[in-house]
Design a protein around this ligand. Structure first.
Ligand code: 15L
Length: 273
């Protein structure tokens, strides 16, 4: 948790979807500093509201429930939906049908901005010896990454057509610390995750901006120059963890697909007949 919020932004009612998920749980206590009321949501019961919160349960694939969820909301941090490679039916419900419902509800309720949890797996089939930017063509590494690419296109459509702003965060690996050699490049600390979300919520003009979510790591595959107007300045780095990570994962076959592609193990996961 940042001791002083990075910006002076404050919303009347901010909605956090996926509040009981991995990143939702990290952001829930942190986002309270940026709003009067934090509306927290998940598909199933996850306990009572805390101080300054209200709980509204909603199944993303149910349009009526999502419309109710968005009533009175100023801005949204959308962490809900499927966050790993899963059977297509689940991805379809959570990340395709569910996201259309999110954008329709946001449009109808005149929400100003969505911060959308996209993923680095939108471009997971670029190689680890390439440095890419949000302007490069997508190369999803599975149906999950493909669904996030759809989400980014949906965000672009709602900006072009309806003036609804989105910052799509192509989140790398937001964990307490990097778990393996790949994450030395993709890791984003929880404090930097908060900095990124706060910057995405607070930047004055974003249209639809895509930005990779990573800390200030020494070896990186992503160039965020085109998103500098967001004002995200990561302050942590994976470097202090390098010796431990390399000692833990001593051997790595450089010819394995997992080691070759940015998506790591995701490039080999999937539910195919
Ligand atoms: C993701 O998109 C996942 O949500 C997360 O669990 C991590 O696996 C991350 O990507 C990653 O690439 O490390």
């Amino acid at each position: 948790m940042l001791s002083a919020p990075a910006t002076a932004i404050r919303f009347k009612r901010l909605l956090l979807t996926g509040a009981a998920g991995n990143l939702g749980k990290v952001l829930r206590p942190r986002l309270k500093a940026y709003c009067d009321v934090l509306r927290v949501s998940h598909r199933r019961d996850f306990g009572p509201a805390g101080a300054g919160e209200e709980v509204v349960l909603a199944e993303l694939s149910d349009r009526a429930q999502v419309l109710r969820l968005f009533e009175g909301v100023d801005a949204v941090v959308h962490m809900g939906g499927v966050s790993t490679e899963q059977p297509w039916e689940d991805i379809l419900a959570g990340n395709i049908v569910g996201l259309v419902n999110v954008y329709e509800a946001a449009r109808q309720h005149k929400v100003k901005r969505i911060v959308f949890a996209s993923s680095n797996h939108v471009t997971g089939f670029y190689r680890q010896d390439q440095v890419i930017s949000p302007q490069d063509p997508v190369r999803p590494d599975g149906f999950y990454g493909l669904s996030k690419a759809f989400g980014e296109n949906l965000a672009q459509l709602y900006w072009d057509r309806h003036g609804l702003e989105t910052v799509s965060l192509r989140i790398g690996s937001s964990f307490p610390e990097p778990k393996d050699r790949r994450m030395l490049s993709t890791w984003m600390s929880f404090d930097d995750t908060e900095r990124l979300v706060a910057a995405a919520l607070g930047a004055p003009l974003v249209g639809h901006t895509i930005i990779y979510g990573m800390s200030d790591n020494a070896s990186v595959w992503w160039d965020n120059t085109s998103a500098r107007h967001i004002g995200y300045r990561p302050q942590d780095s994976s470097e202090p963890f390098r010796a431990t990570v390399e000692a833990r994962q001593q051997t790595i076959d450089p010819h394995s697909r997992t080691a070759q592609f940015q998506g790591g193990a995701f490039v080999e996961q999937g539910y195919y007949d």
